[in-house]
Design a protein around this ligand. Structure first.
Ligand code: NAD
Ligand code: WQD
Length: 343
């Protein structure tokens, strides 16, 4: 089978990053097959992937930790590789409910790995996070920076990375790509798929979009006393379609190699909260009222990637700029004012 038509298992493929990656996979000629339990996503995302690409990915609605169901899925397909997005990502909840976070992210991943191993699937891309670097001292952050997470969510990602290192060392057949995402934002340019947070958004971009559309009154800016040019937090925002294309590049590398590589997916550019507000106001034409409040506990002042390893190893470089990120977030928000619900 040529890699062009290869079936790829995508856990969490109905979610924010997973749905965009399915689009990028289809556009690169792969055949994604989604496993999702819809614990944090909506089935409509599957129809929307079809609306964009003309191809409806096959879906298995089940939990990655259900080994019987996963065995069944693996028997029904000939997967060339898996991309593993399924898990929980709320940092605050990981602090208040650490056992649930470790169960979902660590036990869930272990269970998936066992199923893959049994099924003879030895190529894997894993969704890690820049959060594994914790409060890194050196900017930009390269992959050689110390892994020192500061919350259970970050630890859960670092633990799975460790498990994958040990697996790759013990089983030379495996080829594993660990992708450490910086701050994914934006949406597919069609406005068909995008980020649909449940309840009050934790993250800056969805919060700003909901203020712009009038769903929330004003943004609270968490601190303006950081050691940054305007005092507000600086992050490396990367367009979710760039991130999705980064997965395709990593998959292609992983299909042709053994061992483990870990790479950052970011742009290398930092933007402050005030810069994001301004950029969003300019692209949306809406004003974003805000107030400065105290720092959010656990936040760092600055975080941005050294993206050079992704370029050297994968030939991947993010293409879309901040204006594009704001335009596409706003387009998604306008076309779907309440996300996927009420459609
Ligand atoms: P998301 O919540 O939108 O997507 C996760 C998907 O997995 C959802 O569709 C959910 O229903 C599904 N899922 C969860 N647990 C499952 C289980 N046990 N079995 C089957 N399906 C399950 O999140 P996202 O933003 O798309 O993130 C995807 C991955 O990337 C996560 O592992 C997350 O930790 C990681 N990540 C996200 C960010 C970010 O800012 N969004 C940053 C770094 C890393
Ligand atoms: C960005 C900036 C805030 C909201 C988090 C997780 C991380 C990763 C991505 C998964 C910061 C400021 C935010 C608001 C604000 N997820 N802000 N008002 O904190 O870099 O990363 O999401 O792996 O693990 O920690 O992203 O979007 O929450 O914040 O002022 O209402 O916006 O202080 O400077 P963060 P974010």
């Amino acid at each position: 089978m040529s890699s062009e038509t290869a079936q790829i298992l995508v856990t969490g493929g109905a979610g924010y990053i997973g749905s965009h990656t399915c689009v990028a996979l289809i556009q690169a000629g792969f055949t994604p097959v989604i496993v999702d339990n819809f614990s944090n996503s909506h089935p409509l995302a599957i129809a929307r992937i079809e609306a964009i690409t003309g191809i409806r990915p096959q879906l298995h609605e089940c939990d990655i930790a259900d080994e019987d169901a996963m065995r069944q899925v693996l028997r029904n397909h000939e997967f060339a590789a898996a991309i593993h997005f399924a898990g929980v990502k709320a940092v605050g909840r990981s602090v208040s409910e650490p056992l649930e976070t470790y169960r979902q992210n660590v036990t869930g991943s272990l269970s998936l790995l066992q199923s893959l191993n049994e099924g003879g699937i030895t190529r894997l891309i894993f969704s890690s996070s820049a959060t594994v670097y914790g409060g890194a001292e050196q900017m930009p952050i390269s992959e050689t920076a110390r892994v020192q997470p500061t919350n259970p969510y970050g630890h859960s990602k670092a633990m799975v990375e460790q498990i994958l290192h040990d697996l790759a060392a013990a089983e030379p057949d495996w080829g594993i790509g660990v992708l450490r995402y910086f701050n994914p934002v934006g949406a597919h340019k069609s406005g068909e798929i995008g980020e649909d947070p449940q309840g009050i958004p934790d993250n800056l971009f969805p919060y700003v979009s909901q203020v712009a559309i009038g769903r929330r009154e004003k943004l609270q800016v968490f601190g303006n006393d950081y050691n940054t040019p305007d005092g507000t937090g600086v992050r490396d925002y990367i367009h979710v379609m760039d991130l999705a294309e980064g997965h395709v590049a990593a998959l292609q590398a992983c299909l042709q190699s053994q061992g483990l590589f870990a790479v950052n997916l970011g742009t290398g550019q930092g933007s402050s909260v005030l810069e994001i507000i301004k950029a969003f106001e300019q692209t949306s034409g809406q004003s974003i009222p805000f107030e400065i409040i105290a720092r959010r506990p656990g936040d760092v002042g600055t975080s941005f990637a050294d993206p050079s390893k992704a370029k050297e190893l994968l030939g991947f470089e993010a293409q879309r700029d901040l204006t594009q990120m704001c335009q596409d977030s706003w387009n998604w928000q306008q076309r779907n004012p309440t996300g996927y619900s009420n459609h």
